[in-house]
Structure formats: C-alpha cells, structure tokens
Design a binder for this molecule. Structure first.
Ligand code: F6P
Length: 324
C-alpha cells in the first residue's frame, strides 16, 4: 500500500503546474497519504530537497503561473550514479511512489528510474509545447496559445500601420502545435513549422497573394527550430527575394511560458492531479495521465515518449485556406 507520495515539477515550467501540485497534494491527503514535494525537479531529488505539504501549503496557488516548487533541467539524473542518489533520497524519506509533472525529458528520466528501481511513477503532462502522444492537451498549452495570440493582435496594429512583414518566432521545441494554432487564432498570413516543409515557397505565396489583394502587411509565425537561425533567417530570405518589403523580427521567447493559467489549464491540471493519485491507489505504474475527447485516460509512459504526435491535417489546411 502506498503511504507517502512524492511530487515534483521538472523541465520548462508551464502555467497550470501549480494547479497540478495543488490537486495532487489535496487528493493525496484525501486518500490518507502523506504528500511530499520535491523542490527543483530531479536535482532536488538528488540533493534531498523534500518537504511535507499540507492542504494549506497549496492555498491560493491555483491562479499563479510558473511553479512554486521550482523546476530544473538536471543532467546528473541522466547518470546511474545520479539516479542512485535520487533513490537514496526516496528511501530516506519513505516515499513509495512518484508523480512527475513535466514534458518529454521529465518522462524519459522518470520511466528509466521506475524500471531501475521498481518504483511506481505517474506522469502528468505539463509543457507549453503540447507535443506528448496520448493526450489532446498538455497543461500550459492553452495559456501559452492565448499569450501568443494576444501578442499577434498587438503586432498586427503596428504591422498594418507601417505596412511591414513581421516574422514572429514561437517556441515549441520540435513541434509546431503552438505555432500553427496561434497562426490560425491570430489570422496570420503563414506559419512555418517543422512538420511541413519546404517552406520558403509557401511564405512567398502567402505574402505575394496577400499583396495582390492589396494586403500591405503580413504576420508570419516561425517555429523556433523550423529553420536554422529562426525568424531572423526567414526575414533575410524574404528581403533577399523582395527587397521592397520592410521586415521586422519579434522573438516572443520566455514570455510565452509566463502568466496566470487559463481556466482550461486550471481545470485540466486539477483533473489530471486527482486522476494521478487515483491511478496510484488503483495500482497503476509507469503511465501518463492524458485527456482524450474530454475523458481522462492512462497511457504507458513509453508510448507517450516514443510515439510521435501529428499535427491535424485539417488545421494545416485551415491555416493555408484562410491566410490568403
Ligand atoms: O519545452 C518548453 C520550452 O519552452 C520549449 O518550447 C523551448 O524550446 C524550451 O523549453 C526552452 O528551454 P529553456 O527555458 O531551458 O531555454
């Protein structure tokens, strides 16, 4: 029987992580468990930064962005020695199971750790990238999408006033979900994403056709890793072919990770946190809590990590049809 659970946030922070920690804490306590938070992700697990949380410790954190229990990217946990030290912390703290909140890297480490030490590990997807297979949404994605859309709306004002072409660089690691959907929501002229290449012809077509219809400004979203050098490179490419265009580059950067979580992310995090604790009670191990068609599902961690989530073809088509 699981008496004590550990919970940590790891990798890039995402709005809604606090709501997930709150849900795990309160659901765990409701199940009669002790809940211990581990500060700074796997780094804190190695260093023994552990604290028992009460329901009061998570009071008032649901609207807060970032992660109260901190996050880190930890290379030490990639080594067997690092994981051994982490396991020693678990033993010392009598932690029987772990709930890890994060993305791909968090789950890769958690899955390996679970196998090596025969430990129940449950993953909660928390990343703005929405790149995990087996879940329609990840915690933080909706908020980031709204932040990007608001930024596009603001850039549109200045782009139209000066009749310029704006290249806006969007995060996403290897995935284009944020870029594509923000482009649809922001009514952008083109989106450049790693999943769809070649791209330059598409941009030229999008901008060119806009100009032919007397659209004198454009906003093109560029996924951070779709083109070597990002949005700045695309701006140079465009100006080379069309010296008559005046281009400007905006890199949204870590702004995209901040802010109070949207209602959707708060609800998603709350449902997933409660489901993660329930999964442990039900004897589940090494699974990710996901959401599919608004139902909570459990997906093997190995699948969530190794299978590739595809962008929706109809979204890509919508982007292209509506951008002209
Ligand atoms: O995974 C979340 C994310 O924000 C990616 O979109 C981005 O590529 C990366 O993290 C940036 O990481 P860091 O904050 O470590 O620079």
């Amino acid at each position: 029987m699981i008496k004590t659970i550990g919970v940590l946030t790891s990798g890039g922070d995402a709005p809604g992580m606090n709501a997930a920690v709150r849900a795990v804490t309160r659901a765990g306590i409701a199940q009669g468990m002790e809940v211990k938070v581990i500060y700074r992700g796997y780094k804190g697990l190695i260093d023994g930064e552990v604290k028992t949380f009460t329901t009061q410790d998570v009071s008032g954190i649901i609207p807060r962005g970032g992660t109260l229990i901190k996050s880190a990217r930890c290379t030490e946990f990639h080594t067997p020695e690092g994981r051994k030290q982490a396991y020693e912390t678990l033993q010392r703290e009598h932690i029987d199971a772990l709930i890890v909140i994060g993305g791909d890297g968090t789950f890769t480490g958690g899955s390996l750790f679970a196998q090596e030490y025969d430990l129940p590990v449950i993953g909660i997807p928390g990343t703005i990238d929405n790149d995990l297979w087996g879940t329609d949404a990840t915690i933080g994605y909706d908020t980031a999408l709204n932040t990007i859309t608001e930024s596009i709306d603001k850039l549109r004002d200045t782009a139209t006033s000066h009749e310029r072409v704006f290249l806006v660089e969007v995060m996403g690691r290897d995935a284009g979900f944020l870029t594509l959907n923000a482009a649809i929501a922001g009514g952008c002229e083109a989106a450049i994403i790693p999943e769809r290449a070649p791209i330059l012809e598409q941009i030229e077509e999008a901008i060119g056709s806009g100009r032919r219809k007397s659209k004198n400004s454009s906003i093109v979203l560029v996924q951070e890793h779709a083109v070597e050098g990002g949005a700045a490179t695309v701006a140079q490419m465009i100006e080379k072919v069309h010296p008559e265009y005046s281009t400007r580059v905006t890199v949204l950067g870590h702004l995209q990770r901040g802010g109070s979580p949207s209602a959707y992310d708060r609800i998603l995090a709350s449902r997933m946190g409660v489901a993660a604790v329930q999964a442990l009670v039900d004897g589940q191990r090494n699974v990710m809590v996901g959401i599919q068609n608004d139902d909570i599902v459990l997906v093997p961690l190995s699948k969530a990590i190794h299978q590739k989530k595809d962008i929706k073809e109809d979204s890509w088509e919508a982007m292209n049809v509506l951008s002209i």
